[in-house]
Design a protein around this ligand. Structure first.
Ligand code: ATP
Length: 675
C-alpha cells in the first residue's frame, strides 16, 4: 500500500480542491442515502396508522406520559417491596427489576423529550391531513433522490478530474524518467517500460478513482445508515456487527492473495507486450523464415498464462463479494432474530443482556432493518472495487521504484562549460564491462587529437561500439577515465556534451515523421533551408526528387520502414551533418549504401570532417580512406595503429580483416600515421 500512498499524496496535495469538493459531495450523498431510508419510520409509524404528524405527536406525547407514569408507579412499588423484604436474594432480584424499570423510564423520558423538541417544527411545517403528510414524504423522497443524484454526479466528475490529472502527471514523470534511467547498466526492457507506461499508470489512476470515489462514498452511506440504526438501538447494532471481525479477517487474507496475483499478472502482461513488440519489429524475419506457427504457439502459451492469472484474480474477487454479502446478510439475520424476539415478546433483554431501553415499536424495528439493508448495498459495491484497488497497489509497487530509481548517469552539481576546454579526446586505462566479470574493454589507452580523423577497425564484438558508448557517456567506465580537452566527461553536463557530437549509429533509427522532420532531429531549430542543404550534402535530395512522390513530406514509417536501408542511412547522415558538430562519429555508417552513393557520400564526408574530430568505425575501404590513422582493436584492447600500408605489414588482425573483406587491393585508406 505504501507506494499507492505516494500516488494518493500527490493527488491530494496537487488537486486538493477537487478532492475536497468530492468529499463534501460524497458526504451529502451518504446523508441523503440514510435520510431516504429513514423515511421508513414515519411511513410505518405515522402514515400506515392513518395519522398526520400532528396526531402522531399528540398520541406519542400521551403514550409517553402514560408509560412514564406506569414506570414511576412500578418503581415506587418495587421500592416498597425492597423496603419490606428481608431475604438478601429477593432484595437483589427486586433491585435488578427496579434497575430495568429505571432504564425504561429513562427511555420513555428521552422519547418524550424528542417528541417535544420536534413538536414546534411539526406545528409550523407539517401538513394537517394524513394524505398530505404522505404527499410530503413522497416529495421528500423524490427531492432527496434527485439531490443525491446531483451530488453523486458532481463527486464523480471531481474525482475523475483529480485522478486523471494525477495519471497524466505520473505518465509525464515516468516518460521523463525512462528517457534518463535506461542509460548505464540499468536493464529495463521495452516490454516492461511499455507495460509500466500503459497498463500500470492506468491501473494506479483507476485505483485512485475508486479510492476517492466509491471507497469514500460507500462507507459514508454505510456510516449514515449505521448512525441512524445506532440512534434507534445501539445495543442491537453492536450485536448485529458481531460478524464483522470475522469478515474483516477473511477480507485481509483475500487482499494479500489478490495483490500478489495482480503482481504476477502485470509481469506476465509485460512479457507479452515485449514479445509482441519484438515480433512486430521482426515481422519480415518471421515471414521469411516461416516461423508464424512457432510464434503463434509461443504467444498462445504466454497468453494462456495471463488468462489463468486473470481467472484466479476474478475468482478471489468474487470471494470478496461473497464475503461482503455474507457480512451484510449476517448483520441483518442477527438483528432480525434479536430484534424480532424483542418486538414479539415486548422485551428489552435477551438472556439477561439488556438490548433496549424500552420495548421496541414495529416502526422502529422496521426502520432499523431498512437501515441495515441500506448498509448491504454499499458493502456489495465495496466488494466489487476491492480487486481494482489491489491491482493499483501492485502497479504502484512497480511504477514508484522505477520513478525513485537513481540516475545511472548523472550531471555534476557545477558542470564545466565545454567551451572552456580543448577538443582532444583521451581514454586512459579504461576498464569496462556490461556484465560483471565479462570485461569488454581492458586497460584501454587511446588519444585522438582535435581535428583528427581516426578509423577504428577490429573483429565483431571487440568493443568498437563500446568506445562510442563511453564517448557519448551512455555509460561510465568501471575504472580509468574518458576525457575531452583533459577534463573528465563526468565533469560536463550530458546535454552539452552530446550537443557537440553527431552520431550515426549502426542501426539507423528513424521516426514515423516526414523526411524533413527526421533530418531536423539533428538540430531542432534548423531552418528548412539548412535542412535542404544537409539533405543535398548527404545525397538525400537525389532520391527524394526521383523516388518520393510526396517529396520531403514523405512519411518514413515505423523505424523508417517505408525507406530502403541505404536511404535510411543517408537521412541519418544528413541529420548528423545538420548538427554541425565538433566531433562526428560514424558507426558503420556506410555499410548499406550502394557503390555510387558510397562514392558520393565519401566526397561529402570528406568535406564534412574538415576541422572536426571524426571517429569512423568501419570495415569499408572507402571510409577508411578518410582516416589519417587506423586503430586496430582486438579483445577490448588496441592491438596496433598506423596507416593501411603499415598495418597490412604489422597487424595480423588487420590483414585477416582485409583478406576476408576482399577489398585490400582497392583500399589504400590512410597515407600517413597521425599518431
Ligand atoms: N548492452 C549490452 N549488454 C551486455 N553486453 C553487451 C552490450 N552491448 C555490447 N555487449 C557486448 O560487449 C562486447 C563488445 O560489443 P561492441 O558492440 O562494442 O562490439 P563491436 O566491436 O562494436 O562489434 P561489431 O563490429 O559487431 O559492431 C560484445 O561481446 C557484446 O556482446
Amino acid at each position: 500500500m505504501n507506494y499507492l500512498l505516494l500516488a494518493i499524496r500527490h493527488c491530494v496535495s496537487k488537486y486538493r480542491w477537487s478532492i475536497l469538493g468530492s468529499l463534501v459531495c460524497s458526504l451529502m450523498v451518504g446523508v441523503l442515502w440514510g435520510a431516504n431510508i429513514g423515511v421508513v419510520y414515519p411511513f410505518a409509524e405515522v402514515i400506515f396508522k392513518g395519522q398526520s404528524l400532528h396526531e402522531w405527536a399528540d398520541s406519542e406525547t400521551i403514550n409517553c406520559n402514560q408509560k412514564i407514569a406506569e414506570s414511576q408507579a412500578e418503581i415506587a412499588n418495587l421500592d416498597q417491596q425492597i423496603a419490606g423484604a428481608n431475604d438478601d436474594s429477593k432484595i437483589n432480584k427486586l433491585k435488578a427489576s427496579r434497575d430495568f424499570a429505571e432504564t425504561e423510564l429513562e427511555g420513555w423520558k428521552s422519547k418524550l423529550a424528542n417528541v417535544e423538541k420536534s413538536q414546534p417544527y411539526i406545528d409550523t411545517y407539517a401538513p394537517e391531513s394524513p394524505f398530505n403528510t404522505l404527499l410530503a414524504l413522497v416529495a421528500f423522497l423524490l427531492i432527496g433522490t434527485v439531490l443525491k443524484g446531483i451530488f453523486l454526479s458532481l463527486s464523480m466528475m471531481l474525482v475523475a478530474r483529480a485522478t486523471q490529472l494525477t495519471t497524466l502527471d505520473l505518465k509525464q514523470q515516468l516518460f521523463r524518467k525512462l528517457l534518463d534511467v535506461r542509460l548505464g547498466k540499468t536493464q529495463i526492457s521495452t516490454g516492461d517500460s511499455t507495460s509500466r507506461m500503459n497498463g500500470d499508470v492506468g491501473s494506479i489512476g483507476g485505483a485512485l478513482e475508486i479510492l476517492f470515489g466509491k471507497t469514500v462514498r460507500e462507507p459514508i452511506k454505510m456510516i449514515s445508515c449505521l448512525v441512524g440504526a445506532a440512534c434507534i438501538n445501539w445495543r442491537l447494532l453492536i450485536l448485529s456487527l458481531l460478524v464483522a471481525p470475522v469478515a474483516a479477517f477473511v477480507l485481509y487474507r483475500l487482499a494479500r492473495t489478490i495483490k500478489s496475483l495482480n503482481h504476477s499478472s502485470i509481469m506476465i502482461n509485460a512479457r507479452i507486450t515485449g514479445f509482441f513488440i519484438q515480433i512486430m519489429h521482426g515481422y519480415y524475419v518471421v515471414k521469411a523464415y516461416g516461423t508464424e506457427r512457432y510464434e503463434e504457439e509461443r504467444f498462445e502459451a504466454k497468453s494462456h498464462q495471463a488468462y489463468w492469472e486473470q481467472v484466479k484474480i476474478r475468482f478471489y474477487n468474487s470471494l470478496v463479494r461473497v464475503n461482503n454479502e455474507v457480512l451484510g446478510l449476517g448483520m441483518v439475520c442477527l438483528s432480525l432474530i434479536a430484534g424480532g424476539y424483542l418486538v414479539l415478546n415486548q422485551e428489552t433483554q435477551i438472556w439477561g443482556i439488556p438490548l433496549a431501553d424500552k420495548p421496541m415499536e414495529l416502526g422502529a424495528i422496521l426502520t432499523f432493518y431498512a437501515l441495515l439493508v441500506g448498509c448491504t448495498d454499499p458493502l456489495r459495491k465495496l466488494g466489487d472495487v476491492f480487486g481494482s484497488i489491489q491491482a493499483g497497489v501492485a502497479s504502484a509497487e512497480l511504477v514508484y521504484p522505477l520513478l525513485q530509481m537513481e540516475m545511472p548517469i548523472e550531471d555534476p552539481k557545477t558542470p564545466v562549460p565545454i567551451d572552456s576546454v580543448g577538443r582532444n579526446i583521451a581514454l586512459k586505462q579504461v576498464d569496462f564491462s556490461y556484465i560483471e566479470d565479462t570485461p569488454v574493454l581492458r586497460k584501454l589507452d587511446l588519444n585522438i587529437a582535435k581535428g583528427e580523423s581516426v578509423a577504428i577497425v577490429g573483429p565483431n564484438g571487440c568493443g568498437k561500439s563500446t568506445i562510442i558508448n563511453l564517448l557519448m557517456r551512455f555509460y561510465d567506465p568501471d575504472s580509468g577515465s574518458v576525457t575531452l580537452g583533459g577534463t573528465d566527461l563526468r565533469e560536463f553536463a550530458q546535454h552539452e556534451l552530446r550537443s557537440r557530437i553527431a552520431l550515426v549509429t549502426q542501426s539507423t533509427v528513424l521516426f514515423n515523421e516526414s523526411i524533413t522532420e527526421n533530418i531536423r532531429y539533428g538540430r531542432m531549430d534548423a531552418t528548412d533551408k539548412e535542412v535542404m542543404e544537409a539533405a543535398k550534402l548527404a545525397y538525400v535530395d537525389q532520391f527524394v526528387q526521383t523516388h518520393m512522390s510526396n517529396g520531403y513530406k514523405t512519411m518514413c514509417g515505423d523505424r523508417g520502414a517505408n525507406l530502403s536501408g541505404g536511404q535510411r542511412q543517408r537521412i541519418s547522415i544528413a541529420r548528423a551533418l545538420l548538427r554541425n558538430p565538433d566531433i562526428i562519429i560514424m558507426d558503420e555508417a556506410t555499410s548499406q549504401i550502394d557503390l555510387e552513393s558510397e562514392r558520393l557520400i565519401h566526397e561529402s564526408l570528406k568535406n564534412c570532417i574538415v576541422g572536426r574530430t571524426a571517429i569512423l568505425i568501419t570495415h569499408r575501404a572507402s571510409t577508411l580512406k578518410l582516416a589519417s590513422r587506423i586503430i586496430v582493436m582486438n579483445h577490448g584492447q588496441i592491438e596496433a595503429t598506423g596507416t593501411h600500408e603499415e598495418l597490412i605489414k604489422t597487424s595480423k588482425t588487420y590483414r585477416r580483416l582485409y583478406v576476408e573483406d576482399g577489398e585490400s587491393s582497392t583500399a589504400k585508406p590512410a597515407k600517413k600515421s597521425a599518431a
